[in-house]
Design a protein. Structure first.
Ligand code: HPA
Length: 237
């Protein structure tokens, strides 16, 4: 049977989906990963909380290579990632959910191929994207079906000038997805993402940008994300 991988930020803790899971620490060749395992609707699920058991690993210290490798080691075929993003478009307000169709990740590109010449062609899995979109629609949850995710260097937020530079080429900005998607591609894992828009990126609107507001907004979208994930899992029967 297919095993579904889910990787998410802190907002997924506290969801019903994760309430009945077994905790594990699994060691990969790239390091140890804390994860949770459960079965929902007869579907086996491996959940990796991106920021660790204590939710305190900052984005620039996440062990991305271990996080993706552990899915592969545990027999996962496809990975749904949940990320928090800022919107660089006034027409895409906070509380929107986006299933990106592409991404820009020009910085700090990680690879598993340190000693061989391998050049993967990165992409997000179209079939998995469609399942996420279909699940949202069937639960009457508004979902933005396309979008370009721009990954910036973390942990700081962007300057107004940086957002101004990227806003004509992307829709949302975040700190994780491009790195994960590329590593997943290298491992042959199907990977797609659902992003919660938790703020307007710096300078897009007049109100000041504050990280605490971003965390509060992510928690508000949690119920919708959970419904979408549950429906995707139900549909896997
Ligand atoms: N920038 C980068 N990452 C983010 C943002 C942002 O505005 N909001 C949530 N994650």
């Amino acid at each position: 049977m297919m095993v579904l991988g889910i990787i998410g930020g802190t907002s997924l803790f506290g969801t019903k989906l994760l309430s009945d899971m077994d905790e594990h620490e699994v060691t990969t060749e790239y390091g140890a990963v804390y994860l949770l395992v459960t079965t929902v609707h007869a579907q086996e699920i491996v959940f990796v909380p991106r920021h660790g058991k204590d939710r305190n690993i900052p984005p620039h210290r996440i062990n991305y290579k271990a996080n993706m490798r552990v899915f592969k080691d545990l027999g996962v075929d496809e990975v749904i990632s949940v990320t928090s993003v800022g919107s660089v478009k006034r027409t895409l307000p906070p509380r929107s959910l986006v299933v990106p169709h592409d991404y820009i990740g020009l910085f700090n590109i990680l690879t598993y191929f340190d000693t061989e010449i391998v050049h993967v062609t990165p992409s997000l899995d179209e079939a998995l994207r469609k399942r996420l979109i279909g699940a949202a629609r069937s639960r009457d949850i508004t979902i933005v079906e396309r979008g370009v995710y721009f990954q910036t260097l973390s942990p700081r937020l962007e300057t107004k000038a940086e957002i101004n530079l990227i806003k004509d080429y992307a829709d949302i900005v975040g700190m994780n997805m491009a790195t994960e998607a590329t590593l997943a591609t290298e491992l042959g894992l199907r990977y797609a993402n659902i992003s919660t828009v938790d703020n307007y990126a710096h300078g897009i609107v007049a109100e000041p940008l504050d990280y605490n507001d971003i965390v509060a907004a992510a928690a508000q979208s949690r119920a919708d994300v959970e419904k979408v994930l549950m429906k995707v899992i139900e549909d896997m029967d």
